[in-house]
Structures are given as structure tokens and as C-alpha cells.
Design a protein around this ligand. Structure first.
Ligand code: SF4
Length: 770
């Protein structure tokens, strides 16, 4: 694969003569006028984020260590979402790249150590919210708690590693599992975790892309041969059309609003396929663009309010129109794809009545979309959790691929398929092999690849598929795990049925939690013991580290000088030290002196990442595969062609008296809640979002206390009107996990289905009384 290496000039270096216009605009000529939201400045009277106030507030919260904070912002790669930065710049636009998500996460990187005496009494901590647990401070020392102990006590690293090593040595390798999450995790840490897990004889290693974009990885790989975005963010700007499927980028990747502003200046049209008419995609006040900050910018040109899970029916309906009208890109389909005839035949058998019922939108709306798409010479499709969080998430992704291939929008400039990522490190997690079914990007677990990695590593990895995150929790619940090592993350707050997860965690004899702060999962009583391993942030780790963004750009984040926390260690070093204690006789096989050594081996083990060995300073980055994959319609599949897939709409009939519930994110970063009010909707964490039409049928009014229930449990909240399609409701995640049934997963990738059928009724005055 071709890669592009670029470096943003460092301070003091000669830069290109600055253009008065952003980079992409300067290269493409005239700007178009962008539609404003309101003549009243600063969106007064609208529900919207108050970004300037947020900046002041977070600056105050980060005041304790201003120089260190500034260095992290100036030199580090953002550890928020996967858009990617180097310092406060990026490769898409000129100007500052910064948002309040990053500022809100900064205290995790700058705060001081917690007083470990708070861990003396676990019971007292159980009533503390996760937000307040984090605010207690950074974990400074290894801590240990045996079953029956009231709390944790401090131990040395030597003791901690010794306890863990003894337990691992005594366990069968198939009873050991690793989960590696991704907020600040570097590629180096993922890679070493992968190697050490295999060194210890297990393929039970997974990462947080499982409940995130695992359907995208599977769906893309099986259709176009690559499991990543085929295009760059620059392809958004000046594309004729961007479509967001189940994605709310203003909330999750806020700086995309700036990209969208520049796209609108270039005349890009924006369409949204989503049950909720997301206000942030309808209009936004981009704080760093003066005219937008003052008067707002209208983004979406068209909304298509499908049912939750109605995307396949909608897309099949769009394709049906395109086939009937002769709008398929026949040359692209004939020259670069297989399987279109079978898809066409399947779609022709689907009636309009069926497609309307299952999608939730009229045939005319599907026609409007088909026409908009067919008139666009270029288009980019972007999707996220609204597409993947289903038991048919892989089919959803394949339907989007079908639509993209039918229009020939892969492998061309200003075109592409982009599963946009939420965590900064998540793209690299599976690519580095922290995955039960791959040793690394392009190398599935099998005998042949085990031979290959034996040649690189000097030991042979196991060749049976490991367990996914979902499988690990089921195994733990069934008493099938002796050691569960969790580097970051919190299954209690991310997987369905929290009580089941709690039981599962409690049944594991030894749990190891490697983290920078306290989490609620650490407080679960163990079957034998719990170990806490204090980790460094990516900015503190010796020799820096790298991260891969959604657009496949691998960024170097340097080590930032400044204060360090107690005895916290680099995440990749902890994995190595544990592996060395378990198998001291073979320790040389997994030893690395520094991050540069890890990067040198990654370049050999995962050739797609060739170039990572050259990253060593701030601003160093390369984009594996170049700006676009599958260029010219050549796909990395055995025959060089992409595959259409026959995907049938799932049966989503909503029984009378019930509603289809999905979960959403508010002012939060993944499961880390930063505020009680979602600034884009003005909704509180316990609000139940419902359309006015449905509320009228139930004789409910805004503000009414309501009870949501199903066979799993119940959830009390307050009704709030929202622009959501009838019979669909939303509550916030992870609170809503109490209504989400475990065990309903996509069979191809074990993505949990985060939706449920619920009944809704008013909470009467008598029920409200204690
Ligand atoms: S948009 Fe994402 S990458 Fe950019 S500053 Fe915000 S959190 Fe960081």
C-alpha cells in the first residue's frame, strides 16, 4: 500500500506562505455563501452549546498545572475522538483544531494523584458516581484487595506483578483474557498487549472497537477488502454530497463542524438518515469561524427520518428507484464489482409497501434521496453507532457499501466510505492485533499466520480464535475465567444488563484493572482478589507513542515533560513486565527497551504500518494507503473487485402499545459523562426523548414522569419532546443499558444490539411517593 508521510512544521521552522483562506479553499477557488441560522447574534434563544463559556470553564478546571496543560495541548495528539490532531493542528484545514471534548478530558491528564486512603473502604465508594470517582485523582500506586477485605492496600510493583504472575502461571491459557480499551491507548500499547497475550498462550484479547465499529470492520472487509475509511476528511470538503447515516458528528467529533462549514462554502449538500432530526446537524454555531459563531450555519439540506434499524429497507428502496430510473453507475458496476444482479433481483422482489413499513419513510422520500445521490458527481457516506449498534450491524454496513458501489463512489477524489470513529486509539486497536481473530492487520488467526508470527516473535501464537469482549463476560459468568486483565474500560458501564456484568466480574478469581483513574468496576468484590495497576497517560510514556485516526493517519504524540504520578508506568511496559514475570526463561522474546523499539517491530509485523518506525517528533505522521483506498476501482480482494451483498431488511415490527428504544450520547465522551445536560438538545440525563405525536396518543405532557419497562426491568425518566420519528424513543447511554438485553448480538462480530422494545406509562403521583 502507498503511504504518505508528512510533517507539520514545528514552531520556528519555515512554513509555507500562509494563505488567507483555508488550505482546501485556497486550492479550489471561490467560496459560496453559507446559509445562516438567525440574524440574532450568538444564537441567543436557541438551545445550543455555549462553547466560549465552556472554554473558560475548562481553562479554570485545568488551572492547577498550566504549563504542563499547555504543553499537552500544544504538542500532544488529542486523546479524545479519532479525528486526529498534532498539537492543535490537523491535516485538513489551517487554523486551530480544538474542541471542548478535548478540554473536558484534559483534567485526566493534568490532575494530581488520589489519596490512596480513600480506597480503604470500598463500600463508601460504591455510592460515588463514576464522574466523581475520576475526580478523586490519578491512581499513583499498585493496589491490592483480597475477597473479604474492606478495601485496597498499597503494594509494591514487585509484589503486584508477582501475584499476577503466580495466578497466570497456575491458570490454563484459555482461562486468561485481556481487554484493552482505547481512550488514550497508543498503538505501541495495543501491539505489546497483543504480543504478550499470545506469549502467555491465549488469543482471548479484544478491544473497545467490539461494541463500537466491529460491524464496519467485518462488513467492509467482506465487501471491498479493506476495513477502514476509504477516503480522507479533505474529501468531505468540496464533495457534492455528504450523507450521515446514524451519526451525530457535532456531538462526538465536534471539529467536524468546521469541516462541514468549509464544505458548505464549497457548495456541498448534506443529507442525514437518522430517526432523530439531530439539531447539531441541522444548524451549528462553529465557534472558530466568526460569521458562523455569530449567526450560525445551516448544515443539513435533507433529513430522512427512518425507523431505528430501518436503514437497510431505506437503502434498498433507494436502490430500487435507482434501478428503475437507470441511475446505477453501470460502468463502475460492470468493471469493478460482482454480485449486482443477485442484489437487483432481491430488491425487485421487495415491495414498496414492505420497504415503506420497514424503513418508516415513504417511497417518495426514497426517491428524493436517490435523485439527490444520482445528481451528485461525488459523495461521501459517513456512519457510526446508529448503524453498527444492531444485531444486524454488519448487514447495515453492507447495505451502505451496496449504495456506494451502485453510485461508484469508492476510490475517487471527494468520494468515499467512512466509518467515523469515536475513541482516539480505536482504529489502531484491532490493526495492532488486540483482537481475538487477527494477529495484526491483514493476518487472521490461522496456522499459516501463526508460522509467520513465529518467525517474527520467536514463539508460536495459538491458532484457535479467542473470545470477544462479550464472550469474555459470558465465560466469566459461567466460571470459565481465572484471570481477567482489563487495561482501561468499564464493562459495567458499556455492556448490556449491568447486573449480569457485575455478577460475571465477581466470579473471576483475579481481576487486574490497569488504568489512570478509579472506575466503578474496580469496586466489584472479587472471587479471590483485585489488583490495580497505575498507568501513565500517553503524554507521560517514555519515548512517546502513536495513534491512528479515522482517516488512517498515524500520528506521533511525543512524551511531554512535566510532573509524573507516583509509580504509574507506561502501559506497554506493564504488559511486558508481567509477561517477563510469568515466563522469565523466555523474557527476551517480548522485551522492548522503548517505544521506538516497539514501532520498529510493528513495521515488520504489520507491513501496512511501514513508516511507523520513522515517527519520532511532534508533527510526524503518515497516512497508510494514501489519501484514498481502492483508487481507480481496484479492490484488495482476491479478484480485485468489490462485492455487492444481498441484504434483506430485518423484521422490525413494533407491537401495539410498545416503542422501539435506542440509546444516545449527551455531554459525554463514550461512557465518561461530563455534564448533566446535553447541550445540543437541552435534555437532562434522565429525559426520555419522544415525539409530540406519540406523547399525545399516550396523553402525556412534556415534563411528565414516565416509566419505561420491558421484560428486563424498568427505567424512570421525565418526558421531553424531541424531533424523533413516531414509535421511536431515546434515552441516554449507559443509563439505558438496564433495558438492553444481553446475548442479542450480530452473529458475525458479536456486536451487542443496543436497542429494545419498551412500554411507556405515566408514573402516578402515588407511585412517586417514597
Ligand atoms: S474533534 Fe476530536 S480530535 Fe478534534 S479536538 Fe475534539 S476530541 Fe480531539
Amino acid at each position: 500500500m502507498q503511504s504518505t508521510f508528512r510533517r507539520i512544521p514545528r514552531d520556528g521552522e519555515k512554513k509555507d506562505k500562509p494563505s488567507p483562506l483555508p488550505r482546501h479553499v485556497a486550492s479550489r477557488g471561490r467560496r459560496k455563501s453559507v446559509e445562516r441560522v438567525s440574524p440574532i447574534p450568538f444564537g441567543i434563544g436557541f438551545v445550543k452549546p455555549h462553547n466560549y463559556w465552556e472554554v473558560v470553564r475548562t481553562a479554570w478546571e485545568n488551572k492547577r498545572n498550566p504549563l504542563f496543560t499547555w504543553r499537552i495541548l500544544r504538542d500532544g495528539v488529542c486523546d479524545g475522538c479519532a479525528l486526529g490532531t498534532t498539537g492543535m493542528r490537523d491535516f485538513t484545514m489551517k487554523g486551530i483544531h480544538l474542541c471542548t471534548v478535548r478540554l473536558n478530558l484534559l483534567p485526566l491528564n493534568t490532575m494530581g494523584p488520589l489519596d490512596v486512603r480513600v480506597l480503604d473502604d470500598v463500600e463508601a465508594l460504591r455510592s460515588v458516581s463514576s464522574k466523581d470517582l475520576r475526580a478523586l485523582g490519578r491512581l499513583p500506586y499498585p493496589m491490592f484487595r483480597r475477597r473479604g477485605d474492606p478495601g485496597f492496600h498499597r503494594i509494591s510493583w514487585d509484589e503486584a506483578l508477582g501475584i499476577a504472575a503466580r495466578r497466570i502461571r497456575a491458570a490454563r491459557p484459555d482461562r486468561i483474557a485481556f481487554f484493552v480499551t482505547s481512550r488514550g491507548m497508543t498503538n505501541e500499547s495495543y501491539y505489546v498487549a497483543n504480543k504478550v497475550a499470545r506469549f502467555l498462550g491465549t488469543n482471548h484479547i479484544d478491544n473497545s472497537s467490539r461494541p463500537c465499529h466491529s460491524p464496519s470492520t467485518t462488513g467492509l472487509k467482506e465487501t471491498i477488502g479493506v476495513a477502514a475509511s476509504t477516503c480522507s476528511y479533505t474529501d468531505w470538503i468540496g464533495s457534492d454530497l455528504i450523507v450521515f447515516f446514524g451519526s451525530d458528528v457535532p456531538n462526538n467529533q465536534p471539529v467536524t463542524t468546521k469541516y462541514l462549514y468549509y464544505a458548505k462554502e464549497q457548495g456541498t449538500k448534506i443529507a442525514v438518515v437518522n430517526p432523530m432530526r439531530e439539531p447539531g446537524l441541522e444548524r451549528y454555531w462553529v465557534p472558530s469561524v466568526p460569521t458562523s459563531a455569530l449567526f450560525g450555519t445551516r448544515f443539513a439540506d435533507a433529513f430522512f427520518p427512518v425507523h431505528t434499524g430501518g436503514d437497510i429497507a431505506f437503502i434498498n428502496g433507494v436502490l430500487k428507484h435507482m434501478i428503475e430510473k437507470g441511475w446505477i453507475n453501470s460502468a463502475f458496476v460492470a468493471n469493478h464489482t460482482n454480485g449486482f444482479e443477485a442484489l437487483q433481483a432481491a430488491i425487485e422482489r421487495q415491495s414498496w409497501e414492505e420497504l415503506e413499513r420497514q424503513s418508516g419513510v415513504r417511497r417518495q422520500a426514497m426517491f428524493d434521496f436517490a435523485q439527490m445521490y444520482s445528481r451528485a458527481r461525488t459523495a461521501v457516506f459517513v456512519w457510526s453507532m446508529g448503524i453498527t449498534h444492531h444485531r444486524f450491524g454488519v448487514d447495515n454496513v453492507k447495505a451502505i457499501v451496496n449504495l456506494g458501489l451502485a453510485g461508484g463512489i469508492v476510490g475517487r477524489i471527494k468520494c468515499g466510505l467512512m466509518p467515523i470513529r469515536g475513541h482516539s486509539g480505536v482504529q489502531g486497536g484491532s490493526e495492532m492485533g488486540a483482537n481475538p481473530r487477527d494477529f495484526g492487520l491483514g493476518f487472521p488467526v490461522d496456522e499459516q499466520n501463526a508460522d509467520r508470527f513465529q518467525g517474527i516473535w520467536g514463539f508460536r501464537p495459538p491458532t484457535t480464535h479467542g473470545m470477544t469482549a462479550v464472550g469474555m463476560i459470558d465465560a466469566a459468568h459461567a466460571g470459565g475465567l481465572d484471570v481477567l486483565y482489563m487495561a482501561g474500560g468499564n464493562f459495567l458501564e458499556t455492556l448490556p444488563e449491568p447486573e449480569y456484568v457485575r455478577e460475571a466480574l465477581a466470579r473471576v478469581p483475579l481481576r487486574i484493572h490497569q488504568d489512570i483513574v478509579l472506575t466503578s468496576a474496580m469496586l466489584v468484590d472479587p472471587a479471590y482478589a483485585v489488583l490495580l495497576f497505575p498507568a501513565q497517560t500517553r503524554y507521560e510514556q517514555r519515548g512517546g507513542g502513536t495513534q491512528t485516526s479515522t482517516e488512517r493517519r498515524v500520528y506521533f504524540s511525543p512524551e511531554v515533560p512535566g510532573r509524573r504520578i507516583g509509580e504509574a508506568r507506561a502501559e506497554w511496559e506493564i504488559f511486558i513486565q508481567l509477561g517477563e514475570r510469568v515466563r522469565p526463561e523466555a523474557s527476551h522474546l517480548i522485551h522492548f527497551e522503548d517505544g521506538a523499539g516497539v514501532r520498529a517491530e510493528i513495521a515488520k509485523a504489520v507491513p501496512t504500518y511501514d513508516g511507523i518506525q520513522n515517527l519520532r517528533e511532534k508533527g510526524d505522521a503518515f497516512q497508510y494507503g494514501g489519501p484514498r483506498l481502492c483508487e481507480g476501482g481496484t479492490f484488495p480482494t482476491p479478484d480485485g473487485r468489490a462485492r455487492f451483498t444481498v441484504v434483506l431488511p430485518p423484521d422490525l415490527d413494533i407491537p401495539d402499545g410498545q416503542f422501539l428504544l435506542s440509546t444516545r450520547r449527551g455531554k459525554q465522551f463514550n461512557s465518561m459523562i461530563q455534564g448533566e445536560v446535553d447541550p445540543l438538545l437541552g435534555a437532562g440525563r434522565r429525559d426520555v426523548l419522544m415525539g409530540q405525536e406519540d406523547a399525545a396518543v399516550l396523553h402525556l405532557h412534556e415534563g411528565d414522569a414516565v416509566l419505561l419497562s420491558n421484560e428486563l426491568g424498568s427505567y424512570r425518566g421525565r418526558l421531553r419532546f424531541a424531533p424523533i420519528r413516531p414509535r421511536n424513543v431515546q434515552i441516554y447511554w449507559p443509563e439505558g443499558n438496564v433495558l438492553i438485553r444481553r446475548g442479542i448480538v450480530d452473529p458475525a462480530c458479536e456486536m451487542p444490539d443496543y436497542n429494545a422494545l419498551v412500554r411507556i406509562e405515566p408514573v402516578t403521583a402515588s407511585e412517586r411517593r417514597p
